[in-house]
Design a protein. Structure first.
Length: 233
């Protein structure tokens, strides 16, 4: 009997799509209603409850219609783009693990145009989208949320590369500081994240008093991490 793991195709080749589906995600953002028109997907990116993966790309890390719209505006803030260029930009940012379909992106762009957040320049039969002043104000008002959304894309890209090498046995190439060249992660950083996750799992049945103590510790750690990030910024 031959053992077959879904992360590999025949011959033990790495199959990132299988990893993606095994983690509860779907390429293209799944199915859902018209973006921004209300409904249960309107704020899908704000919860980590792991439920309703219809528009999800990774369990507990799903993007809703509002999230996609904001990311499109964030890309337009950097460069006016055609629709296919926006799709490619999201795919490149996530190393192909989140590539929304044209059936999601173009209705989202139409809605952003209706809101006045984007303007359209016709180039023959093609449309080139620009960020309007209203759209720029919207992006600025949602800057922290946009940073987190783009951070999620980059994180899943790095995590999948890390997993790919772990499964295939490919050694990491390190930089001068000892960081993994492909992900930018230091071994001690990865170990610390895993240790924190494990520590919280061990305290899953903690009583309310212990939960409050842990929450206070985490709040202090978060404040220090974000404080250092602001100082470096």
């Amino acid at each position: 009997m031959h053992f077959f793991h879904p992360f590999f195709t025949a011959g033990r080749r790495w199959n990132p799509g299988a990893v993606f589906h095994a983690m509860g995600g779907r390429h293209g953002g799944g199915h859902g209603g018209f973006p921004g028109r209300g409904g249960r997907h309107g704020h899908g990116g704000h919860g980590d409850d792991g439920a309703n993966d219809d528009q999800g790309w990774m369990r507990g890390r799903k993007f809703g219609a509002d999230d996609l719209q904001l990311m499109l505006l964030g890309i337009l803030e950097q460069n006016p783009s055609h629709g296919y260029q926006l799709i490619k930009a999201l795919g490149d940012m996530s190393s192909g693990f989140y590539t929304p379909s044209p059936g999601m992106v173009y209705p989202a762009l139409t809605y952003l145009e209706e809101l006045g957040y984007a303007t359209v320049e016709l180039e023959g039969a093609k449309k080139r989208y620009h960020l309007s002043d209203e759209g720029r104000a919207h992006v600025q008002a949602n800057r922290d949320r946009l940073t987190l959304l783009f951070g999620r894309l980059k994180h899943v890209s790095r995590k999948m590369e890390w997993m790919r090498r772990a499964w295939t046995g490919q050694p990491a190439e390190t930089g001068r500081e000892g960081e993994d060249r492909a992900t930018g992660w230091l071994p001690e950083y990865v170990q610390a994240r895993q240790a924190l996750r494990n520590a919280l799992l061990r305290r899953e049945d903690a009583d309310p008093a212990e939960q409050r103590r842990i929450a206070a510790i985490l709040a202090r750690a978060i404040a220090e991490i974000e404080g250092n990030a602001q100082d470096q910024g």
